[in-house]
Design a protein. Structure first.
Length: 416
């Protein structure tokens, strides 16, 4: 007997143990044909035909083992005398041509932005009232008290507002270092008022076509007016309302002018039910006209989170991670000065350390206190650079006490 591969030998043993297994025997015959052992394949195919005389696979393998050419698949014959030319002529008017040539026609008038519909205005996404309230903001009680006194209390008490002649004109400017929750605070104000929320940044307004930026600014306010009560949040106000004296591009100056017009309201009471909040990291770069009475005339400093806020932020970012024996009070102390974004990064770095350690050892372990404290030591406060710039403003550009709250904080932290 010629030498066979281990697979063929194993199959022979299996066939000997189950001689009535036709598929197994046919598989052995297939391998024998592939290996050039046609005589042995004939034997196996013949035995298979004895057990299953009408099996088409067994008959096909027998023919191949005996050297017969493979049969071509049968195709149904064409109908006799079919006239293909007549068929082409018949469907010639039904099947469209692949390429067509069209004559040029005068284009319809287009708008300044290149669109064909002069009335086509992009829609801004307005968020429906949601459940985020100021109580959901951990700590930061000073900011909450200022919001309550300057903005929320007059809105909640219309009778008292009428008695004291308190106007609802004007908006609120939140400023401070980046990553400290100004946007989240604005959403919480919308939640307190049960109002819709519309957030706008420079990318939503600025346009390359002359006049479109001003039109976009107008449509933003019109959308907020239609969705009233609505909190209109102007993010990165230093970009939307930069000082016109420093702006070389006339289009940007016109956009600031349009913003001033919209804040004043085209008609008396045009902005009724529209509460304007804005945020910026650099209020000293905002055009002074935007901060005059009746516009963004109330200012609140949003600082890095205090101890209760840091504990709430850390608890939030660790809630879905595998942690064990975490002393949040101790962790809160070692993260003093970190912003909310910094705290989120601390949790991310700690999780990464535990993940890599588990991958190296092959044993999954929990995120421990050491992971978090070592991660906190490697994450510098991102607000330090902001305070370095703000210190100069507080010392030399605090006209009219505009930044007194910043001066108080810097003295308290001995940064002034």
């Amino acid at each position: 007997m010629p030498d066979h591969s281990p697979l063929i030998q194993s199959l022979r043993t299996a066939v000997a143990g189950a001689p009535d297994d036709v598929p197994l025997r046919l598989h052995l015959a297939e391998l024998l044909i592939a290996g050039g052992h046609h005589d042995e394949a004939v034997t196996e195919a013949a035995v298979a035909l004895q057990h299953a005389p009408g099996d088409p696979q067994a008959r096909e393998l027998m023919a191949r083992a005996m050297g017969a050419p493979p049969q071509a698949p049968e195709t149904p014959p064409s109908p006799p005398g079919f006239n293909w030319k007549a068929a082409e002529d018949q469907v010639g008017d039904v099947v469209p041509p692949r390429f067509v040539e069209t004559q040029q026609t005068p284009e319809a008038p287009r708008t300044a932005d290149g669109s064909g519909d002069p009335g086509d205005v992009s829609a801004w996404e307005v968020e429906a009232p949601h459940g985020v309230r100021l109580a959901d903001v951990g700590g930061m009680q000073d900011v909450k008290d200022r919001l309550e006194a300057a903005f929320l209390a007059p809105l909640r008490n219309p009778e008292l507002r009428k008695l004291y002649g308190k106007s609802l004109r004007g908006g609120l400017l939140l400023y401070g270092p980046p990553g400290c929750g100004k946007t989240f605070m604005a959403r919480a104000v919308a939640g307190e008022l049960g109002a819709n929320f519309l957030s706008i940044s420079i990318n939503d307004v600025l346009d390359m076509w002359m006049g479109n930026s001003e039109r976009n600014m107008h449509e933003v306010f019109e959308t907020a007016r239609r969705q009233a009560p609505c909190v209109l949040f102007l993010d990165e106000l230093d970009a939307l309302g930069a000082k016109r004296s420093r702006t070389a591009h006339s289009g940007m100056r016109n956009t600031v002018n349009q913003l001033l017009t919209e804040l004043d309201g085209i008609d008396a009471g045009a902005n009724e039910g529209v509460f304007v909040l804005a945020a910026t990291n650099v209020p000293w770069d905002v055009d002074n006209a935007l901060r005059r009475p009746g516009r963004l005339d109330r200012t609140i400093l949003v600082l890095p989170p205090d101890a209760p806020a840091r504990e709430a932020i850390l608890r939030y970012h660790l809630r879905d991670r595998p942690v064990a024996n975490i002393d949040l009070r101790k962790l809160t102390k070692v993260t003093d000065g970190l912003s909310g974004a910094d705290l989120a990064h601390v949790c991310e770095v700690a999780a990464e350390r535990a993940l890599l350690d588990s991958a190296r050892t092959g044993t999954v372990r929990m995120i421990g206190m050491q992971d978090l404290t070592e991660a906190a030591a490697t994450v510098p406060p991102s607000s330090d650079a902001w305070f370095a710039s703000a210190r100069n403003v507080a010392m030399f550009a605090n006209e009219g006490g505009m930044y007194d709250d910043l001066v108080t904080y810097l003295k308290k932290k001995r940064k002034l």
